[in-house]
Design a protein around this ligand. Structure first.
Ligand SMILES: *Cc1c(COP(=O)(O)O)cnc(C)c1O
Length: 433
């Protein structure tokens, strides 16, 4: 397997022992840490203590409420008409599926390349997540394959804006409209990202966000639902507040079956401080990611995820790329990632193929699924569950985490430099494995 020498490299590697790969005992490209996450200041501490001392830790019946202010702030930042804060991104999705009355026998179109919560919530409704294969170029649900997956049982399309880039919303909304399917956007990674200059999470019937610790806007755990549909958001409000009528607070009267997925005042207060940094942090990520994109596109065998033309803004929750070992002397991805880590460049291998995870089989084999679906239906489901493109992608993907993009251009140069260094010495590294 030929190593493609990167002769056009703007930063030629110097010869000599100083350039030995760090994983083989050489000096790493980078010794310092990447920017830490999250960022905090005095205001976070003040806000937290203010909630503590106010002794109103749950928003029900409280005015003014931090959680209500969070909803107002998120509405303003996204342009949505309605917002409901929740305890997490998972519970936001769960609440939406309940508001949409997705239940046993229903099919929900999902991507296999996502965080597991997207799939878990569909199974929690005793519905069937139908996996639409991934477009390896973009890492998003392949919109060319959505319509073929629609059956009379299909109720909803649940696209994920993977990495903070956008799924192909033009096609998704068109297929949704044509087949009268709800569109629920999983925008849990896509804070402030856009499709044709509209914020992700505001294009479908409902859109969900996560404010969990790793996410671009964070209060430890938390989430939000956006909608422009009053009836739908009111159903969400009821469901997330034990089935009370919308905005009913502590009243002991219940109009629907529900659960408790309320956000605490602590989360609300912390988020309101954190979110003041979001726009500026997002711009920094965008600048650095665009620069890294340019650098990495010049390295043979490294293919950053393409953005659809309609994606006018990317949240860069993760920078996603494909690694082709054929351009690295056949060096397996795991060795490449370990060598990169040793050079001081943090990285992740991305997701495993969710549609093949053990929990799916276990769910289909469960007592309740066997009561709801005939063995013929369950066999047919397993027959449909193949995503060959996604399987390939899961073996090629490399992620760089959002906080790495909060620093300088020089940080980006070092990422590219480390990759080129490994590429150049891949044959030697392989022979030592
Ligand atoms: C983080 C995430 C979720 C779940 O959010 P939590 O707040 O952790 O419950 C759902 N979907 C995607 C795509 C995510 O990245």
């Amino acid at each position: 397997m030929a190593l493609t020498a990167n002769s056009s490299s703007p930063m030629p590697l110097q010869e000599g022992s100083g350039n030995k790969l760090a994983i083989l005992g050489g000096k790493p490209v980078r010794t310092g840490p990447f920017p830490s996450w999250p960022k905090i200041g005095d205001n976070e501490e003040k806000a937290w203590m203010a909630v503590l001392r106010k002794k109103e830790w749950c928003r029900l019946g409280v005015t003014p409420s931090y959680v209500t202010n969070l909803e107002e702030a998120w509405k303003k930042m996204t342009g949505a008409e309605y917002c409901l804060a929740t305890a997490s991104g998972t519970t936001a999705l769960f609440t939406c599926l309940n508001a949409l009355e997705i239940g046993p026998g229903d099919e929900v179109l999902v991507p296999p390349y996502t965080f597991v919560a997207t799939i878990n919530v569909v199974f929690l409704q005793h519905a069937l997540p139908i996996f639409v294969d991934t477009d390896r170029d973009t890492f998003q649900m392949d919109s060319r394959k959505i319509e073929a997956a629609v059956t009379p049982q299909t109720r909803c399309i649940l696209p994920v804006h993977m990495g903070g880039s956008a799924a192909d919303m033009d096609t998704i909304l068109a297929v949704g409209e044509k087949h009268k399917l709800a569109v629920l956007e999983d925008a849990c990674q896509a804070h402030l990202a856009e499709w044709r200059n509209r914020k992700l999470g505001t294009l479908g019937d409902l859109g969900c966000f996560s404010f969990q610790a790793s996410k671009n806007a964070n209060c430890g755990e938390g989430g939000a639902i956006l909608s422009n549909n009053l009836a739908l958001i009111e159903r969400c409000m009821s469901f997330h507040n034990n089935g009370r009528a919308p905005k009913e607070g502590y009243k002991f009267a219940y109009i629907v079956n529900g659960s408790n997925h309320r956000m605490t005042e602590f989360q609300g207060a912390l988020f309101l401080e954190q979110v003041t940094r979001l726009e500026e942090q997002s711009r920094t990520r965008e600048q650095n990611a665009a620069y890294l994109n340019k650098l990495l596109r010049e390295i043979p065998g490294i293919t950053p995820a393409r953005m659809y033309d309609g994606c006018t803004r990317n949240a860069w929750h993760v920078f996603m790329l494909r690694y082709d070992k054929n351009h690295f002397a056949g060096l397996p991805r795991s060795r490449f990632l370990a060598a990169l880590e040793a050079e001081g460049i943090s990285n992740m291998a991305g997701y495993s193929p969710l549609n093949k995870e053990a929990f799916i089989k276990a769910t289909l084999d469960s007592r309740s699924y066997k009561r709801i679906y005939s063995s013929k239906e369950l066999a047919a489901y397993e027959e449909r569950n193949h995503c060959p493109e996604n399987d390939k992608l899961c073996e090629e993907a490399v992620f760089f985490y959002q906080a790495m993009f909060l620093g300088t251009k020089q940080d980006m140069d070092q990422i590219a430099e480390a990759i080129r260094k490994i590429q150049k010495q891949a044959p030697e590294l392989l022979s030592r494995s």
